[in-house]
Ligand binder design. Structure first.
Ligand SMILES: NC(=O)c1ccc[n+]([C@@H]2O[C@H](COP(=O)([O-])OP(=O)(O)OC[C@H]3O[C@@H](n4cnc5c(N)ncnc54)[C@H](O)[C@@H]3O)[C@@H](O)[C@H]2O)c1
Length: 122
């Protein structure tokens, strides 16, 4: 279970939901985890919970548009990027704006939703 020993991983939107679960799993496999999100309090709590479990984690405020510079400054490398941030049920409950959160379908965050997706959500 330590196949990621010595690796540094960044999971976007990992203060909660699928991102948090993904981060916890990578941490259990040995990676040092950059918990990144726009929810600072929840992100700090998630990183602390991972550390309390004896793993390595730290929180970085990261809107997905800000990319990876902070992680490189912190750890000097980035081996794994899980680009999870988006609009899940919790975000929907908060009334977050889909266009700010979703990919444009070509791997670029914060672009416009693809036309078929915009139509589907109307
Ligand atoms: N939960 C599902 O059943 C499901 C199904 C299909 C796809 N998805 C996708 O999986 C992803 C995660 O879903 P979830 O249910 O865990 O959602 P969630 O709302 O529980 O968590 C999403 C996280 O992303 C963060 N986030 C939102 N915008 C951000 C931004 N611009 N920069 C950084 N962080 C940001 C939120 O603060 C939150 O912590 C989403 O992209 C969602 O669309 C979820």
């Amino acid at each position: 279970m330590r196949r990621l020993e010595g690796r540094v991983a960044l999971v976007t939107g990992s203060a909660s939901g699928i991102g948090r679960a993904t981060a916890e799993r990578r941490a259990a496999e040995g990676a040092a985890i950059a918990i990144t999100d726009v929810q600072d309090e929840a992100g700090e709590q998630t990183a602390a919970a991972i550390r309390d479990a004896g793993r390595e984690a730290f929180y970085v405020h990261l809107d997905v548009t800000d990319a990876v510079e902070r992680v490189l400054a912190e750890r000097g490398r980035l081996d794994i990027l899980v680009n999870n941030a988006g609009l899940g049920d919790l975000a929907r409950d908060r009334g977050d704006e889909p266009r700010r959160l979703e990919s444009d379908g070509r791997g670029r965050p914060n672009g416009r939703l693809p036309r078929h997706e915009r139509a589907r959500r109307r």
